[in-house]
Design a binder for this molecule. Structure first.
Ligand SMILES: [Zn+2]
Length: 275
């Protein structure tokens, strides 16, 4: 594919290049690709570290928070010396330390219906590591409208879930499985219910493996499956996932034709067009 590696790149990525499924061609694809991570938190930390280490050419990160001491139990891209600093900036430094060749784009505001399409547009894959339902649905809808593959993960207490959502007809979307956010108070947050830090690391790493497969075009993406991980039972359960003809976003008679904004209690507040 006409891609010239330097001696240093051949050494740095030698364990990838040795894999017949990846090889020089796959590594070149990774280096020419881009990934966007929503949230530089528990899921985003291993994602950004492994994407950088893998040599993904451009990494975008959205996070509007600052590093808090309660984050350090699981958000391993940040350290004690980062307390009080912007998570997006701290994440950028962590990437540059691992791999100075990665281009990093940081976005230190909350993603909203006004800014998300321009922010994610052009990326080759999105990893959702957000911690709230309004952002989760916003990211999933945006990826559908912008035709960007999405790897979605979520964690609570000792359990994690994961799926890959590919664009296009015939590929089930996020809303085929979860048509609407749960009613307020139905699902507690990690802040309310707690989470084992290493479980977030497992799910964020699985999410990154899926994203790297999409970028290098290898293996079988989890586009028609859904994984549930139970750390206490040490079990992975894989379930089939299919398109729902009644889906409000990609079904036969869609009721959602543009981005929807939910407030933090997950009540739909408005729908607005964006071109
Ligand atoms: Zn759907």
């Amino acid at each position: 594919m006409g891609f010239e590696f330097t001696e240093e790149q051949i050494e740095r990525y030698s364990r990838h290049i040795l894999l017949p499924e990846v090889g020089g061609v796959g590594q070149a694809k990774l280096m020419n690709s881009s990934a966007f991570i929503v949230g530089a938190g528990g899921l985003g930390s291993p994602a950004l570290l492994y994407l950088a280490a893998a040599g993904v050419g451009k990494i975008g990160i959205a996070d509007g928070d600052v590093v808090d001491i309660s984050n350090l139990q699981r958000q391993i891209a940040h350290g004690t010396s980062d307390l009080g600093r912007s998570k997006a900036l701290s994440a950028q430094e962590a990437i540059k330390e691992i791999n100075p060749e990665c281009e990093v784009q940081i976005f230190s505001q909350r993603l909203s219906i006004e800014n998300i399409r321009q922010t994610l547009r052009g990326y080759d894959v999105v990893l959702d590591g957000s911690d709230n339902f309004p952002t989760r649905f916003l990211v999933a809808d945006c990826c559908r409208f912008e035709n960007i593959p999405l790897v979605s993960a979520a964690v609570l207490r000792f359990e994690g879930q994961l799926m890959t959502i590919l664009p296009g007809e015939g590929n089930p979307c996020y809303r085929c499985l979860f048509p609407e956010p749960p009613p307020p108070g139905m699902v507690p947050s990690c802040q309310e219910a707690g989470v084992l830090g290493a479980v977030v690391g497992v799910m964020g790493t699985l999410q990154t493996v899926e994203a790297l497969k999409v970028l290098a075009e290898i293996g079988d993406p989890m586009s028609h499956r859904f994984i549930l991980y139970d750390a206490l039972e040490s079990s992975f359960m894989t379930m089939k996932r299919a398109s729902d003809p009644e889906c409000p976003l990609c079904g036969e008679n869609p009721t959602i034709t543009d981005l929807v904004e939910y407030d933090i209690s997950c009540t739909m507040v408005r729908s607005e067009s964006e071109s």
